[in-house]
Design a protein around this ligand. Structure first.
Ligand SMILES: Nc1nc2c(ncn2[C@@H]2O[C@H](COP(=O)(O)OP(=O)(O)OP(=O)(O)O)[C@@H](O)[C@H]2O)c(=O)[nH]1
Ligand SMILES: [Mg+2]
Length: 373
């Protein structure tokens, strides 16, 4: 079955650009699917897709489909959850808060249900224009969603005698969401040995908000993923699929390339450097045997550039190697990735610079006063 490229006329003509992808890896998708996973590349903005084997659709049942926003505070594990749900590591993850800056869409079609998961930036008290745009991107995704998953983390248990309590910021967020369509995902349950300690925490959450369901889970260990999928599926509206069933994401490969470079910077640098970095893919040429990619890494300060480049370019070299490997795994082709570092002072505050670096302004305009979260 040929992989379709969503939203593009004459996708079949792009057949020569489809590649064999890596074998499936993770549980939710793996249980539903068998065989190989082609990743598609097409002319114009490249996009990705996967193939579902024939015969998995339930012809009798009415299809369900919808947008499912994963929302929550920074660092609670939303992107880890997206990857666990999809069985593919498309979203970048790091121990730093505010890793995700723009929404990442990942599509999972299992039998007669299609979830268009939308991973969102963590809702936080913003200190820059970029931060305000990030919050608004999360709000917008929540407004447009059919189903919401509020991701909260089990708090670190310092005192084992005390009841675990919800973070007040989680309760504030919960109060703003449509509870009948919201599932609470209590992530990082692997942090506590005695699972009985979850009960008062769940009770406190339910007193504050009548969620449609609550699912304790560990996205990192891929525990509870199926249970969450079942709850989400039950809340999806009955309607035809929004994308071809074999679509993994409708975002272009270029977007993921920039994200994978940023992920390596987040992992290999410290303190304020990773937060001041933006990556723009300048060239994506897949015409030859090797895909040629060039990208510019923008940093806010000269001192950050020195750290990022490292002694005789060693830091950038390591970042480039790791990011290239990640891209090669995704598109199953050999890649030549060239990176440049450029100082672009104040890019996080300047709306024009932000647009140039690929960030989208809020659709409803910027709030006059930054939300206090
Ligand atoms: N112990 C534990 N850690 C987890 C779990 N899920 C995610 N993490 C870790 O939590 C950190 C943040 O994960 P992310 O998925 O980047 O969190 P996020 O909510 O997307 O963060 P932002 O993009 O900043 O909003 C990473 O270090 C993850 O490895 C889990 O189930 N258990
Ligand atoms: Mg994230």
């Amino acid at each position: 079955m040929a992989a379709m490229v969503p939203g593009q006329a004459g996708a079949g003509e792009a057949r020569g650009h489809y590649f064999q992808g890596p074998p499936r890896r993770k549980p939710a998708r793996a249980k539903a699917r068998a065989g190989h996973v082609p990743v598609a590349e097409a002319p114009g903005p490249p996009r990705m897709s996967k193939t579902i084997p024939e015969g998995t659709a339930d012809a009798e049942a009415t299809p369900r489909a919808g947008r499912v926003a994963l929302v929550g505070r920074p660092n609670v594990g939303k992107s880890t959850l997206l990857n666990a749900l999809l069985g593919e590591p498309i979203a970048i993850i790091s121990p730093h808060p505010q890793t995700t800056r723009e929404v990442v869409r990942g599509i999972l079609t299992v039998r007669n249900a299609q979830c268009v998961f939308v991973d969102t930036p963590g809702v936080h008290a913003p200190r820059t224009r970029l931060g305000r745009w990030m919050n608004e991107a999360a709000n917008e995704a929540a407004r447009e969603a059919d189903v919401l998953v509020l991701v909260a983390e089990v708090p670190q248990a310092k005192d084992s005698a005390r009841d675990l309590r919800p973070d007040p910021a989680d309760l504030k967020l919960a109060a703003e969401l449509p509870s009948a369509r919201t599932v609470l995902c209590l992530n990082k349950v692997d942090r506590i040995k005695d699972k009985g300690r979850l009960l008062p925490l769940i009770a406190a959450f339910s007193r504050a908000c009548p969620f449609a369901a609550t699912v304790p889970m560990s996205a990192k260990r891929e525990q509870g993923v199926e249970a969450l999928l079942e709850e989400v599926r039950a809340l999806l509206p009955e309607q035809p699929f929004l994308f071809e069933p074999d679509t993994l994401s409708d975002q272009p490969v270029r977007f993921f390339v920039a994200e994978f470079v940023r992920e390596q910077i987040l992992q290999q640098t410290k303190q304020e450097v990773p937060h001041g970095v933006a990556v723009v893919v300048e060239r994506f040429d897949e015409g030859g045997n090797i895909v040629q990619i060039e990208a510019t890494v923008h940093v806010a300060r000269e001192s950050h550039k020195r750290i990022l480049v490292g002694a005789r370019g060693s830091m950038m070299k390591n970042i480039g190697i790791a990011a290239r490997q990640r891209v090669e795994t995704m598109i199953e082709r050999r890649v030549n990735l060239r990176l440049w570092v450029r100082v672009t002072p104040g890019w996080m505050e300047n709306a024009e610079r932000l647009r140039e670096l690929g960030y989208s302004p809020p659709q409803r305009g910027e709030p006059e006063v930054a939300p206090d979260r």
